[in-house]
Design a protein around this ligand. Sequence first.
Ligand code: F6R
Length: 607
Amino acid sequence: MCGIIGYCGHRPAVPVILEGLRRLEYRGYDSAGVAFLQHGELHVVRAQGKLANLEKRLEGQNVFQATSGIGHTRWATHGLPIEKNAHPHTDGAKRLAVIHNGIIENYQEIKNELMAEGCAFASDTDTEVLAHLLARAIDKGLPTDQAMSETLGRVEGAYALAVVSLDTPGVIHAARKSSPLVLGVGVGENFLASDIPAFLPYTRDVVFLEDGEMVRIDAASWRVMDVATLAPIEKEIKHITWDVSAAQKGGFKHFMLKEIFEQPKVIADCLAGRVDVAAGRAVLPELAGLPTPERLFIVACGTSFHAGLWGMYLLEQWAGVPTRVEVASEFRYREPVLQPGDVVLAISQSGETADTLAGMRLARQRGAKVIGLCNVVGSSVARESDVVISTQAGPEISVASTKAMCSQLTVLTLLALCLGEATGKISRQDRIDCLTSLEKLPSVLEAELPRMRERAMDLAKTYSEVSSFLYLGRGPYYPLALEGALKLKEISYIHAEGYAAGEMKHGPIALIDPRFPTFALAPMDELFPKVKSNLEEVQARGGKIIALTHPGADMRVDHIWETPKAWGPLSTFLMLPALQMFAYEMADYLGKDVDQPRNLAKSVTVE
Ligand code: F6R
């Protein structure tokens, strides 16, 4: 949700900021803007739409003198995605400019008050109140850091914000509360950003800022303070080990395709050091000291929620741990009954999803232990969990999540095996068979992916004119049906519904006709005969069917799509990429913007 970047250093700032924004564009792409000080004046340049429009607007302008500045790429919350609402926002006198990610909840009250005092507003955003409040505090004679403190003391809500001001040339002030903000520490230059890839070409030394912290940077120094008291805070510099190539397309047309193809490596990386096949043991040292949960609540959103739902099947069957899976936006606002011995598992790729964070905070308040399963090192979920299990999928740039889910499923499999060994519910032989099959997955999938892509391309052409799809699955393949439908709708804008195959006759069957195809997950497991008879019901109503199944499956449907069979539910790892690839090829065939689908943002840091 919105990407912010700030730079103070020795290079021309605007190109550095634009490059950073390019790496942050996955966070929002309704509009973009930059602000910088040059020849003693504050310059603000903004453009509606993608970053390319801003770049066009800056073309030919002399912007190379400024060596500090801020930039923003927006995902609209308050106000239409039009130029006047693009960030940065300024005060009336244009002495300072603000960029902001988050929502100022009491902005209307503050705006009314400021307007009553004669303040004119140029936008419909919540952010603009910050610019006016700050300018007023500075006008009273407060230094910028105190003005920040006073302003942020007045606002409620979530923010990561950064400010440049004519009063403090060459300096950026920034602060965070419930929205991510990292500081990049370079040599003779310092950076601020919503996410590390923004400044990764320049430095891998980062400081993760916490809620309630404010930072002042210039080219030569940085200082973190408590936003309320301005007392200095000691921070540790962490060194990031992954490099910039992990955040580039590497010859693929889209990040999403690259990330689908990375899944064999993701599984291998996730298993590294966590598997002892001979002993039938999954090793998750992070869990040491944590008793087996009496009940497990999995809390997550979107694709991560689907991963959690899939995990439930394994956790209950292999470990016998009663497991409930809930979308975080529901969990956080009801009165979940939590008791000592309960554990909440928060799953999040970004580690910054507002609802998931709120859910885990609620759980901790009520005395439950929280395990965070997340991909982004140093994220809020990682920092606020009692126990963190890192999914190690590397940076996921495409808005539609693919490899992150694969990594979540891998860790959930290991978790179910670990707990299953502790409870004694799953036999040693099953654990050995499962781990043996898991270890083979990367090479099997690697060989299969090119074939899968060709099949997906063919099917995408065949079904490109369809306006609705039904996805069906049973058991652990039901969450996959939900995920297949989500992937299709979010990047191709084709309506799709995921359903438990057995539920179809309780409603959706009314929709079936020759123009409403079904994508079925039909692995050859104990539920295969049931899925098969559901599909016969679809056929009897003239519905077309694509069935993702295993070699040798006895079924007659319009399109059989065979993927290799793995042990037990592990066939999931060979079917999920087929679903992702189908959605990808469909969106690409239809000419959609695969990596940046409309209205979406990668990291949903607001409610
Ligand atoms: C779908 C997608 C979203 C996210 C959801 C949760 O492709 O990416 O549904 O899965 O916003 O995000 P995280 O996992 O970062 O909490």
